[in-house]
Design a protein around this ligand. Structure first.
Ligand code: HEC
Length: 112
């Protein structure tokens, strides 16, 4: 194989590896694309009526795109047990579902 072609292939492989869709949050935890996708589906069926389609323009309730990224415990706690005007989800969603929702909130939409 010609050198130039080899180089092009190598660059392509690097691009694929870095753009592979495994997103990182500020604390360095990475989420798998499958987990983010699961979270997106759960979000669409349970959360978007109040928090907005794809977290854009919430009808009411808060803008989850601004939820602090370094507070996963608070996310799990609020979603499981509810907070003020927000209903609890602990009876509906399994802990893994809530983890997937966290992955979606942190990494599922492009930052605004
Ligand atoms: C019935 C409307 C409604 C639905 C449905 C809803 N929320 Fe909320 N949510 C709210 C409101 C209102 C607040 C603001 C609560 C307050 O007064 O602080 C909120 C706040 C939150 C917060 C912030 C809590 C904090 O600690 O600041 C998170 C996280 C959250 N919602 C996640 C979710 C997720 C995930 C779902 C789907 C499983 C969901 N919400 C579905 C109404 C809703």
């Amino acid at each position: 194989m010609a050198r130039a072609a080899k180089h092009a292939l190598f660059t392509l492989a690097l691009l694929c590896a870095s753009g592979g869709g495994v997103a990182q949050n500020t604390s360095g935890t990475s989420f798998s694309p499958a987990q983010i996708k699961q979270g997106a589906q759960l979000y669409a069926s349970n959360c978007e009526s109040c928090h907005g389609v794809r977290m854009q323009g919430p009808q009411w309730g808060i803008d989850l795109a601004t939820f602090p990224r370094d507070k996963p415990e608070r996310f799990v706690e609020s979603v499981t047990n509810g907070t003020k005007a927000m209903p609890p989800w602990g009876d509906v969603l399994k802990p893994d579902d809530i983890k997937a929702l966290w992955a979606y909130v942190v990494a599922g939409e492009p930052p605004r």
